[in-house]
Design a protein around this ligand. Structure first.
Ligand code: WT7
Length: 620
């Protein structure tokens, strides 16, 4: 018991009933304010402020304080590139790199509140770029490097990015992904962008726009390795991260410095029980919230050593990850059920080839973990010694909300219970708590790491998350709470799909399809998939005179890849003459899905074109 960071769980839970007092108390363990707050919480639903009046910058706790302590020579990041190159960066070295880049950004005119777009792969320069922005009070918006140029452009234009930070290319399955060429395409129509900073990762020819483009190494070379951290308000914006919603337009989720620092650091300390001697590997890409919270900010605030791996999980062989675990003696591994199912398919011989005895704890995130994957992970990776922490949370929540702790009992497949300081519930349609039945997953009180709104769209924030039940956060997931109070997450309740643990809006893919000149209409649904959890199936109505063909199928798949990114390419495309719609013209995805997976389709009397349902049946 003693070895755990949480010493007295029951007492902590009891204390956490007064959330304001509680978060004020526990925040002392992880953050140092420049100037103390006047009030822990200011809650005028749905708008929240945490640590009101405090002067702060997350970089102080993530970097400055370590660079001035014994941790200066402790490794912050162990990096392994896909080709096998390795680098270790201490907190002291990380601090110098961040300072140089921060000074360089200042020379490009970046100021507090300016947006900086970061489009980078999994290399240490990605967290360096994020921290450099935060240090000077600029707002970073990281776009996952697997997103397409068009998706990058859309995000850059939405928040009017002033400077872009990227690299020439990166390695994926022994090929070079030409990221700078993609940036070049994206910036054809992005008038707000004044400068582009390019880190040299692969070498080789790249397109270059003189005056606008600058090599990272040239720009930072002459810069001082010292840079003062901007003293901000604890509620100033740290970043914008776009995530999928139910419309074609991604939502710019906003997070702020102070509360997010407290939330990410404490939840990580509690759930994964990190200590100074741990080697932590959160294997998610930093382009998603998981990497923001648990590869960058949370672990740095705790002074942890983290692993960053650039490439594909099964390159050159399906044991690449296990080789990394063995080589660096990783103690805690955090990944998604999709990755587990991928390794499961390759077979247990691969992890067996490596010494995984350094592992003491495992984590799962992104989707419900099915019993088969849970058992495989537990047996073959954890060797029946390591508990699995199934953490439920979202881009919006910023931090884990429902999760076991190493010392609490587990039920495989359940994310167990809300963490101390979180008040999750399951509500029926009338807004009453229910047990043993599926309902709406909600949060009754605010929490420090929660998002502060959607960029430039306060109304959408209120409508989506706060209008269903008064003063209550609607997560958009269906969950069941059992008689022991354990939560079982069942999936999204809105028109959002979960492919390989990534959120993709049905309508986002539909808009991409319809933007092809041969397509009149499209309906996209998710079908259960053995590895990815859900796979995308599209029903496409072609324009008059366009003939269906396999070539066209391939063309449309590529088209979606170009519009959004490879992860959004439908696995199946079916050409139909019509898609089921209501009389008001709303596509009935629920009916389409039921028909396509062979479930009862229910009442279709409200459909304008019930005959369209039969055609869908062929797709099985
Ligand atoms: C959605 C959030 C935040 C981490 C990465 C995804 C699903 C997340 C779990 C879990 C069942 C989960 C939910 C949620 N989800 N974790 N442990 N068990 N489902 O972030 O892209 O914002 O997606 O992922 O449906 O709403 P995201």
């Amino acid at each position: 018991m003693d070895k755990h960071n949480i010493k007295n769980y029951d007492e902590l839970l009891k204390k956490s009933r007064d959330i304001e007092w509680f978060w004020g108390e526990v925040s002392k363990e992880v953050v140092e304010w420049y100037k103390p707050y006047k009030k822990v919480l200011e809650w005028t639903p749905p708008w929240v402020k945490w640590f009101v009046g405090a002067k702060y910058n997350i970089v102080h706790d993530a970097l400055d304080k370590h660079a001035n302590s014994w941790r200066k020579n402790k490794v912050a990041y162990i990096f392994e590139g896909e080709p096998g190159d390795r680098r270790k960066l201490t907190y002291g070295e990380l601090n110098i790199e961040v300072n140089k880049l921060a000074n360089a950004l200042k020379t490009l005119g970046v100021k507090k509140g300016d947006r900086v777009g970061i489009y980078m792969p999994m290399i240490p320069e990605l967290p360096i770029a994020m921290l450099a922005c935060a240090k000077i009070g600029a707002i970073h918006t990281v776009v996952f490097s697997g997103f397409s140029a068009i998706a990058f452009r859309e995000r850059v234009n939405d928040c009017k990015v002033k400077v872009v930070i990227t690299c020439d290319g990166f390695y994926r399955r022994n090929k070079i992904v030409p990221l700078k060429s993609m940036v070049e395409d994206a910036l054809q129509d992005a008038p707000s962008v004044e400068n582009v900073v390019v880190y040299k990762r692969t070498g080789g020819d790249i397109p270059w726009t003189p005056k606008r483009d600058h090599w990272w190494h040239e720009l930072t070379q002459a810069q001082s390795s010292k840079c003062d951290t901007e003293m901000l308000d604890a509620n100033d914006i740290l970043y914008i991260l776009y995530t999928s919603g139910t419309t074609g337009k991604p939502k710019g989720v906003i997070h702020a410095h102070g509360g997010y620092a407290v939330g990410t650091a404490l939840t990580l300390k509690w759930v994964f029980d990190l200590k100074d001697e741990d080697i932590w590997w959160c294997a998610a890409d930093i382009g998603w919230v998981t990497g923001h919270s648990y590869t960058v900010y949370g672990p740095l605030i705790l002074g942890t050593t983290s692993v960053i791996y650039e490439g594909a999980p099964n390159y050159p062989g399906p044991d690449r990850w296990w080789e990394i675990v063995e080589k660096y003696r990783v103690t805690v591994l955090y990944t998604s059920p999709t990755s587990v199912r991928l390794f499961m398919r390759h077979g247990e011989a691969w992890p067996k080839k490596h010494d995984l005895s350094s592992l003491r704890l495992l984590g799962s995130v992104g989707e419900p973990i099915n019993p088969e994957a849970w058992m495989w992970y537990y047996k073959n990776i954890g060797k029946e010694r390591c508990q699995i922490m199934d953490t439920w949370w979202q881009t919006e929540t910023g931090t884990f909300c429902i999760s076991p702790l190493p010392l609490t009992p587990l039920k495989p497949g359940s994310a167990t219970k809300p963490l101390p300081g979180f008040t999750a519930e399951v509500y029926n349609e009338e807004g009453k708590p229910i047990s043993n039945a599926g309902g709406n997953l909600v949060m009754l009180t605010p929490w420090p790491g929660m998002f502060r709104g959607l960029y430039k769209d306060p109304k959408r924030y209120e409508d989506i998350y706060w209008s269903r039940f008064p003063n209550t956060y609607l997560a958009g997931d269906v969950a069941r709470k059992d008689s022991d109070g354990f939560f079982w997450i069942q999936g999204r309740s809105d028109d959002v799909l979960n492919v390989s643990g990534h959120r993709i809006g049905n309508s986002e893919v539909e808009s991409a399809l319809v933007s092809n000149s041969k397509v009149a209409e499209a309906a996209v649904i998710g079908k259960p998939h053995e590895v990815k959890g859900e796979s995308l199936t599209a029903f496409v109505v072609l324009k008059k005179g366009v003939e269906p063909s396999d070539e066209l199928r391939a063309e449309l798949r590529e088209h979606v890849g170009k519009e959004i990114g490879k992860i959004a390419r439908p696995d199946e495309i079916w050409f139909v003459s019509d898609v089921p719609k209501t009389r008001s013209g709303k596509i009935m995805r629920r009916v389409i899905k039921a028909k396509a997976v062979g479930e009862p389709i229910g009442d279709i009397s409200t459909l304008a074109n019930p005959e369209a349902v039969d055609e869908i049946g062929r797709a099985r």
